[in-house]
Structures are given as C-alpha cells and as structure tokens.
Design a protein around this ligand. Structure first.
Ligand SMILES: Nc1ncnc2c1ncn2[C@@H]1O[C@H](COP(=O)(O)OP(=O)(O)OP(=O)(O)O)[C@@H](O)[C@H]1O
Length: 331
C-alpha cells in the first residue's frame, strides 16, 4: 500500500479579481509532498511561489482566493474549511518559516514564552514540561546555552540565530508539514548554508514534509529532494532534483540552471535568460515562456502551453529538451 502524502495539492487555482480582469497567480498547480521529503518550489519573482504556499496554509490576502482544485493534508481536504478550524490546524499540523524572522516572532515576549505558549496550546502538556521541551527545541536547532537564552528577547539574537529560533517555533508543536518561504534570503551566505543544513537534518530526523519556497536554484540543489519549477503561475517542471538540475526538460528550467552558479553541476559560464517574466495581466498568446525561449516554434506562439499532466508529468512544454520531437510530429 502506498503511503498517503502529507500534502497533496491538486489542480490548485488562485484568482485575483482586478479592474482589468481576473488574474491567475496560481494556475492548476499539482504536487505531493511525502513525510521526510523536501519539495523545493522555485522560480523568478512573481512566478506564484508564495501565493501557492499561502493558499496551502490558508493565508491568502483577499481578494486573492482559491477558485479551483484542492489541498489535502494527510488525505483530508483543507482548502474549504472554516477559518477558525484552519487556524487550529495551522498551529498543530503546519509550521511556517518566513524570510524575515521578525515577522514570526513577537518582539515583546521572550523566546521562551513564545515557545512554551505554542507548546501548551497544541500539545497536551503543562508549563514545566513545556519549558523543558522549549529548551530541547532550542538545543536541537543549535542555540548555544539554550537554558540560559530562553529568557532572551528576539532582538538579542543575530539574524541567523533568530531564524534558528523561528525554526524551533515552527517545529515545537510537532507539525507534519512545514512551509518555509525564502527562509535564507535575508541571511549572509555562510549562515544560509547552515540554515539549509539544519532544515534538511530536521526534515529527515522528524519525518516532516517541507515545502521550501525560494528563487535560488542553489538552495534547491543543496536542500530539496524534488523540485517544482513555476513560471507565470503554472508548473513548468516537476521532478527529482538531481535529474532536473543535470537534465532539465523545460527550457525555462535550463535557463534558470544556466544562470545559477552551481559547483555541483560544474557549469563554466553563466548566462542570463533574456527578457523578463510577463505580468499576469499581460500574458502573451501561446506558451507564456515562448518570448524568452530560444527553442520556441510556431506551435509555442500559437497554442497555450500544455499542462504537466498533458505531457509526461515532468515538463509542461510542447518540445521538451532532451527529446527529438519535431513540430510536425506534435499533435
Ligand atoms: N493583490 C494583488 N493584485 C494583483 N496582483 C497580485 C496581488 N498580489 C500578488 N499579485 C501578483 O501575483 C503574482 C504571484 O506573486 P507571488 O508573491 O506568489 O510570487 P513569488 O513567486 O512568490 O515572487 P517573490 O519571490 O517576489 O515573492 C505576482 O505576479 C504578483 O504581482
């Protein structure tokens, strides 16, 4: 019997009504994340990465709302449940780590108070046990002298240490799913690597499913097991990270790879993708990537880009790289 994924996102669509029409920042996105797995969600700014994460955890800012598809947490639909119930689920079953640790931490409370409050709210334990668990959680994420630092306020920590505290806070109620949205972007490069290593270790040790949202292919290569590449609200490519970074099938993924310095795949020269991602309100006809795609053919300019499901489940492209299809052989 196959194990139910911790998170299943099925044809998820988010729309924003505007004066100029309806925008679709998330367009029929589907993927699963299993226990102990890190799914990296990558793409340029505006691709719809954060919107997908926010839709999953029920934190979309109106007027953005889910208009199609479903979100399943351990097989249970959570995309249309009342807000109050979702708030409880968020604390207990889903942890969140955002780019700026200060948005997740209350500056007026000690980190010990914030951890014990979360632990007593979601786990059935008293104050003393909660305090013990808070110290253990800080210890686990590498805060030195955790039992002494528990009385410190967020501003008394460095940026990297603060992000460790946020990770402890996200994990202390023992959630099955963690959404980490650009968790390393605000940190120095050396600290970034430590935080990525920490997330990876905790994911493995605790069997947590992690959605790691980032614009940085380097972070994906380092941390993720599988990668979902987003472009203009849609999935461009989905697959095991090693396969995708060494043998991208979607020209957009190949472009991201060529513009990222990755020691692990040893590319020599960096090359930027020409142009910029189109605004949602001004998507071109055909495949949204075709104006930037060096392989675009007439079909790509004419027909909307295919969905991943309509292709082989790997790359949403009429002419995926590494295959020998010619235009006249494609329906
Ligand atoms: N209230 C809004 N009205 C119109 N468009 C919006 C609104 N909120 C977000 N968008 C658009 O939705 C798209 C998706 O945004 P999202 O934040 O998910 O992108 P992202 O891939 O996470 O980018 P970044 O890395 O910059 O956060 C963007 O094109 C953004 O401009």
């Amino acid at each position: 019997m196959t194990e139910t994924p911790v998170l299943s996102v099925r044809d998820l669509t988010v729309e924003i009504p505007t004066r100029h029409g309806i925008l679709r920042p998330v367009d029929q996105v589907s993927y699963d994340i299993r226990a102990g797995e890190i799914l990296g969600v990558v793409g340029e700014s505006g691709a719809g990465k954060s919107m997908t994460g926010n839709a999953v955890i029920g934190l979309l800012d109106p007027p953005a709302r889910i208009t199609g598809g479903e979100v399943l947490l351990k097989g249970e639909p959570i995309h249309d449940i009342p807000r109050a119930r979702l708030r409880r689920l968020r604390g207990k079953h889903m942890g969140m780590i955002f780019q700026d640790p200060l948005t997740s931490l209350n500056p007026l409370l000690t980190i010990g108070d914030q951890l014990t409050e979360t632990i007593t709210e979601h786990l059935n334990v008293g104050q003393d046990e909660a305090r013990k668990r808070a110290i253990a959680a800080l210890d686990e994420v590498g805060i030195p002298a955790a039992s002494a630092r528990i009385g410190s306020y967020p501003h008394e920590f460095s940026g990297g240490m603060r992000q460790r505290v946020v990770i402890a806070l996200a994990l202390c109620a023992e959630p099955e799913l963690v959404i980490a949205d650009e968790p390393t972007t605000a940190l120095d490069v050396s600290v970034q690597a430590q935080i990525v290593a920490l997330l990876k270790r905790l994911c493995r040790e605790r069997g947590v499913a992690v959605m790691l949202v980032t614009h940085d292919m380097g972070v994906i290569a380092e941390a993720a097991d599988r990668v979902a590449v987003m472009y203009a609200g849609r999935l461009a490519e989905l697959g095991p990270v090693r396969e995708v970074i060494t043998n991208a099938h979607h020209p957009y993924t190949a472009g991201l790879m060529a513009s990222t310095p990755l020691a692990s795949v040893g590319q020599k020269r960096l090359k930027q993708i020409p142009g910029a991602m189109p605004r949602l309100g001004a998507l071109p006809d055909g495949c949204a990537f075709h104006p930037r795609c060096e392989y675009a053919q007439d079909k790509c300019r004419r027909d909307p880009g295919p969905s991943l499901q309509a292709c082989d489940g790997r790359a949403a492209c009429w002419f995926p790289l590494g295959t020998t299809q010619k235009e006249d052989t494609v329906a």
